[in-house]
Write a protein that binds this ligand. Sequence first.
Ligand code: GLN
Length: 483
Amino acid sequence: MDIVNLSALEIKKKIINKELSATEVVKAYLNRIEEVEKDINAFISIDKEGALKAAERVDEKIKNGEELGSLAGIPIGLKDNIVTKGLKTTCGSKMLENFNPPYDGTVVERIKDQDGIIIGKTNMDEFAMGSSNERSYFGPTKNPVNNSLVPGGSSGGSAAAVKANEVALSLGTDTGGSTRQPAAYCDLVGIKPSYGLVSRYGVVSLAGSLDTVGVFGRDVSDASLMLSAIMGYDEKDSTSYENPIDLAFEKELEPTDYIKGMKIGIPKEIYLDEMDKRLIEQFDKAIKVFESLGASVEEISLSHLEYGLSTYHVISTAEISSTLARFDGLRYGYRAKEYSNLDELYINSRTEAFGDEVKRRILMGTYYLSQGLGREYYEKALKMRTLIIDDFNKAFKDFDVILTPTSPILPFKLGKLKGEPLTKDLTSIFTAPVNLAGLCAMSIPCGYVDGLPVGLQIIGGRFKEINIIKAGLGFEGGMKNGI
Ligand code: GLN
């Protein structure tokens, strides 16, 4: 049995049934990392000692007949913008190269409470700004599907680590698509939960009104397992949702039972000129799978979808310019060696430690918020955000889920879009509107074209995770059965 090929749920079952020990599992994963990591660069740091200790604790619990948590012995990777006590948290930036947080984020506490094993911190675009993982201070991550391709971003390290079997599950973040897009490029399931479902306490902010913690798994059940372990109310996050929700992922139903009678909307606005035509063909095939499983599929209109990307751009950069003001060279993070007054300390520290993309976004956000222009850009963007939310609300009155491609383009070669920030931004065209509206969505593999993986996005209403999970389970089952 090759341990690293097992699903997270299988690992957990085998540990509980004493077919495997947690230590054996962790060692198998650490060996795998040793083997492949030099070609992938999925991690910024690996906590070998901590992982082995955590595994020992799980084994001890089993020996004592204690009850185990839902993530018992499962090796997990965390994006490096999720703070971990005593374990370096860099956000992929020189600014935080040596930052050792004094506390664990809520999601980290929950993983530990559920007996999950944290293997290490994964590579990412600097401060989660990007779509290719080429903007990390620690070098690019490569796509395990094909090493010459980008893994997507900004949670590309978390996606690559799962795809390369370096961990069984991982966490990313998703502000405009950063979990779904790398899931699509690495042929994985990625879920972006509804805004407020998963605590952001201890997650370094990019744009606070859009940020969410996302999950990666090799299939829908694994990703749902990860989500169910970390979701739920947290008094430390003022935007946390108080009501409990149910995810029915472990019930053993036939796929058709999930999909039969489901109402699915396809926005007519997605058929853009910028779309890769091969992707459209694959998308149309996916729709047929849902139809043949008994869903009713109808065309809908999200008439403001076309403004989603520019709205996201203005709101996110405005929030970024304010959020990143905290990195001033004084409190924590990088401090320039040379300066002769306070202003110079700020300027030199930020100039030396931030990469180009971070600077570009801070500048743009500052511009959009500057006196006189706030009305012109920022307020207009807020109004457009409301119209986008209204479009979705209307659609979800009649439909259970909405389908779109995850990305309008296929995974591209490393370096290919260097110097083309706008083309890269385009990859968020179908994902960013979901963040603007606070909804949940999943990217799920829907086949390959020319050897490149394609992701399908399943969008659900706010806190209707159950719908995207059912649709995902059904679709996955249908694909497996060759429907
Ligand atoms: N690619 C998007 C961006 O660069 C998404 C970022 C994210 O979700 N963190 O803004």
